[in-house]
Design a protein around this ligand. Structure first.
Ligand code: HEM
Length: 404
């Protein structure tokens, strides 16, 4: 067995501040910079109050994969699968060669590389396992939005796994291992591959950029904020209530959002900036200052018009405009080649985390759907909603409190 690096050296409770991650992210947050480590030796603990991959800094590589339980598989098979997957994820995240003797060797010689493996349950999981009484109402299907062009085959699923790592081989290795460990219990429903900037690619402690070139993630809730846990994680309920198994968990909304990049890139930069309400160069609001300056939403220019337009994405999505609705956006970019019409099949694997989707994603998307300037340049193509249980304690598996 091989164990490289020091798990927990950095990143375990790190902030989602951008692809630079590590020391830069900590420095930006005013915390003590983490000790310098190599990309490979940085590990994230598997066991803990919350699953990893929620507040972990964005990783350079990501795979999202949904499974359906196989015909005939029910609660017993699901429990055995979650036990297998949890043990495997613990080994992989520690940089160990998984036991069982059938390792592919793809990640040999690599450290954990900030690998995280996160598990979630979709609405249909509870039908398949005859646990409908334990299904929280928050898992009710998301409402249909007028601009949706969703592909059902690439949406939802009984089980969801998010894999992130700062090395593409480490991420692929984990993906294959997870898929093989599903055995006869579950079958892949859909899979998506994404990426972010590699650690070390920029010396600036800057928030990540997306494929439209914008700084994206500035106004995310920060773990250092007093109401962070309340907004992102499901609270404990009195023991014995139907949904207590989800305490410390969260809800993930996943959307494959295609960017219409040919149209976007034809738009002059000044107009691009008015679509968001922020400058492209440094992410500062059009009303001035730096990336972290508050948006002056009421300020008018010499022409009497609002400087940040009424339909600017950053205005419409701001919590102040949505009764405080907040979510932690933690996306990966994707590029799946060129579509038959010659346009890039590229965009954002939008993943957002919240304690309640009806107080996070849903009200914000409802508003964006009605009048976001960005809508003309994007298309929602797939959708998923998953209940993500709290983290496992040593000796426990993810979801045990539901399935045992
Ligand atoms: C803010 C881009 C989709 C919710 C932003 C910002 C950018 C951006 C550049 C400003 C910087 C920041 O605060 O992060 C995009 C792109 C999208 C997309 C390119 C699609 C491809 C969505 C969706 C939602 C959403 C689907 C939720 C339904 C938010 C929120 C903020 C934000 C909540 C922060 C607003 C604030 O607190 O002031 N987005 N976004 N975005 N976006 Fe999006």
């Amino acid at each position: 067995r091989r164990l490289l690096g020091t798990v927990g050296a950095a990143g375990a409770t790190g902030l989602v501040l951008g692809a630079a991650g590590g020391a830069a992210a900590y420095a930006a947050a005013g915390e003590t910079p983490a000790e310098l480590t190599t990309v490979g030796s940085t590990g994230v603990p598997f066991y803990g109050e919350h699953q990893a991959g929620i507040t972990t800094p964005l990783q350079a590589r990501g795979h999202l994969i949904a499974f359906d339980l196989a015909p005939g598989a029910g609660r017993k098979e699901a429990a055995a699968l979650m036990r297998r997957w949890s043990a495997l994820a613990g080994e992989l995240m520690a940089g160990e060669v998984p036991g069982g003797g059938d390792d592919t060797g793809v990640a040999l010689d690599a450290g954990p590389s900030s690998l995280t493996v996160t598990f979630g349950f979709g609405r249909t999981f509870f039908d398949r396992t005859a646990l409908v009484a334990q299904r929280p109402p928050e898992l009710d299907p998301l409402p249909a939005f007028s601009s949706d062009q969703l592909d059902a085959g690439r949406s939802n699923g009984d089980l969801w796994v998010q894999i992130g790592a700062d090395d593409a081989l480490v991420a692929f290795h984990a993906l294959r291992a997870i898929q093989k460990a599903a055995g006869d219990a579950a079958r892949v429903r859909w899979q998506m591959n994404g990426f972010n900037r590699s650690p070390g690619a920029t010396g600036k402690p800057m928030t990540a950029r997306n494929l439209m070139g914008q700084i994206d993630g500035t106004r995310n809730p920060k773990p250092s904020e007093a109401d962070f846990d309340q907004r992102i994680f499901v609270p404990s309920r009195p023991s014995g209530t139907a949904y207590d198994w989800l305490a410390g968990g969260s809800y993930a909304v996943v959307r494959r959002i295609r960017m219409l990049l040919d149209d976007w890139e034809r738009l002059p930069q000044k107009k691009q900036e008015r679509v968001i309400g922020r400058r492209k160069s440094d992410g500062a609001p059009l009303t001035g200052g730096s990336e972290t300056t508050e948006l002056a939403l009421d300020r008018a220019g010499p022409d009497g018009k609002l400087v940040i337009p009424g339909n600017a994405h950053a205005r419409i999505s701001a919590p102040e405009q949505n009764g405080g609705a907040a979510m932690l956006r933690r996306p990966f970019s994707f590029h799946d080649g060129i579509a038959p019409d010659g346009t890039p099949d590229a965009g954002l694997l939008f993943v957002c985390w919240q304690a309640d989707p009806l107080r996070g994603f849903v009200p914000v998307q409802r508003k964006l759907d009605r009048g976001d300037a960005l809508s003309a340049f994007i298309r929602h193509e797939a959708s998923g909603l998953f209940a993500v249980p709290g983290g496992a304690r040593k000796g426990e598996y993810v979801g045990q409190r539901l399935l045992e």
